[in-house]
Ligand binder design. Structure first.
Ligand code: GDP
Length: 463
């Protein structure tokens, strides 16, 4: 359902330095060529090797998309729909990189909530969505950590898997509840076997890219693709995720109404994981402590309210995203009731307050996606620990956010926040295993560019 949006004719780098393919229809997916909002370009230049790899991938996808094809070199990776939207986008990016590295074609299960309403096709003249009536589709919900068709469970059986009895498909369980055998996916010797299986079905809610960087068999290729490792998700996300016109309308109208005409935009992504309806005083205290300590927002002049009428004051817009409206209301009232010590004016805005996660609803997901995108358009970003919603925003925007540490026992942590080392998302459930030595190892201490995350001590991220 294409909603028309007029495209102004100013010439800019429409193809993001070659990252986005030329020749796609501009009106069916206006966001792809990005000409409505004068947004920042990429935060760095993608390598020519990455660009040529993407063009080769697109050709392979076109050739193999119709899976009834008899071409024997077509191998597939099907990503089963799972989890909230942020998690799902990290899963898509990870699956796509794995498909690139292993010459597979990635097909996405649109899921019960049908994400075809959220994302345009990134590959020219072909679809990345699994066609309806895919024969294994009725079985998707059986694929979980108990499934006998999972690679991990097959490894537990007495009969070893051999190439002479190659299964036509295998299920890979890489979700947060996966076990030791499932995690052997990250060992090169197991990749040798998996490489021969024509169909791999994958369920994951994780950004597993950092662990791919620890696998010797992928290292050289990854170095060529991403000489600057900090940009992996940034490039993949800007290549893959283009809002449909419906979502783009939500982004553009909001941006133009509330964010376009200020000197600086500050994004504040508030995600509270403990139960109970907010707003919570300790969360508000933490947010204020962070933005004042790090000089992200001006202090209030509560003593001598002054009125300056000369000239146009500098302006800031704060874009708050949260399931609750409480934090936004407090912040907005603060900057209405008192002047700032700097004389700046601060407007505070929040597009939605959905109350709770409703992943099954289309409009809910469209708003969530639009809000992640809007956050990515800010100049300064504050995010919440552990939240993949925030990771997507920072990665799309090429921003190193200030991360609000996760509160413990309902108290604001001190320090309240920390600047991220890189714009990369955190892999929340990495393996801690040395495949060669067959024993445990701290995978955050093997190479300098794969480290433990700021917001989760056992997580891994690229820096
Ligand atoms: P995570 O749980 O923070 O890692 O992020 P996910 O995106 O995976 O799951 C949270 C889901 O809750 C989102 O996809 C939305 O459906 C909803 N949600 C959470 N925070 C917000 C918000 O600030 N705005 C909107 N519109 N939805 C949100």
């Amino acid at each position: 359902d294409a909603v028309p949006i007029s495209v102004p004719q100013h010439s800019r780098d429409k193809l993001l330095g070659g990252l986005v393919a030329a020749g796609l229809d501009e009106t069916s997916c206006v966001s792809r060529y990005d000409t409505v909002i004068n947004r920042k370009g990429l935060s760095a230049q993608p390598s020519s090797y990455l660009i040529s790899k993407l063009r080769k991938y697109e050709a392979l996808h076109r050739e193999c998309e119709s899976y009834n094809t008899t071409s024997s070199h077509c191998k597939y990776l099907v990503l089963i729909s799972y989890s909230g939207l942020g998690n799902r986008m990290l899963a898509i990016a990870s699956a796509f990189l794995y498909a690139l590295l292993t010459n597979r074609v990635l097909l996405l299960d649109p899921g019960p909530d049908d994400i075809t309403h959220l994302f345009c096709d990134p590959f020219p003249h072909s679809s990345w969505f699994l066609p309806p009536h895919f024969p294994l589709h009725p079985q998707f919900h059986h694929f979980n950590h108990n499934s006998p068709r999972s690679y991990g469970n097959m490894l537990k059986q007495d009969k070893p898997l051999t190439t002479s009895q190659l299964p036509s498909f295998l299920y890979l369980h890489l979700a947060h509840d996966y076990d030791h055998q499932d995690k052997l996916f990250f060992c090169d010797e197991h990749q040798l076997f998996l490489h021969q299986v024509p169909w791999l079905l994958l369920r994951t809610d994780n950004y597993f890219v950092p662990s791919l960087f620890l696998m010797p068999s992928f290292q050289q290729e990854l170095n060529h693709l991403f000489p600057n490792r900090e940009t992996v998700f940034h490039f993949l996300a800007r290549y893959l995720f283009h809002p449909t016109n419906r979502v783009w309308g939500l982004v553009v109208r909001y941006y133009q109404a509330y964010l376009a005409n200020v000197d600086q935009r500050v994004g504040l992504q508030i995600r509270v994981f403990h139960t109970g309806t907010g707003p919570f005083q300790h969360v508000l205290d933490q947010i204020l402590a962070c933005v004042f300590k790090e000089n992200l927002l001006p202090h209030l002049n509560t003593k001598q309210p002054t009125i300056t009428s000369s000239g146009k004051p500098k302006s800031k817009a704060v874009l708050v995203t949260s399931l609750s409206s409480g934090y936004f209301e407090k912040l907005r009232d603060m900057y209405w009731e008192f002047p700032t010590t700097t004389g700046e004016v601060v407007g505070v805005f929040q597009p939605s307050h959905e109350g709770y996660q409703q992943t099954e609803k289309q409009m809910h997901n469209q708003k969530a996606w639009a809000e992640m995108y809007l956050l990515s358009l800010t100049d300064v970003l504050v995010t919440s620990a552990w939240s993949t919603f925030g990771y997507v925003a920072q990665g799309m925007g090429g921003l190193k956010p200030w991360i609000l540490y996760k509160p413990e026992n309902k108290t604001a942590p001190d320090p309240p926040c920390q600047r991220a080392m890189s714009m990369e998302p955190c892999f929340h459930a990495p393996p801690f295993y040395d495949c060669k030595a067959k024993r445990g190892i701290d995978t955050g201490k093997i190479v300098p560019h794969v480290r433990h995350c700021e917001d989760m001590s056992w997580g891994l991220k690229l820096v």
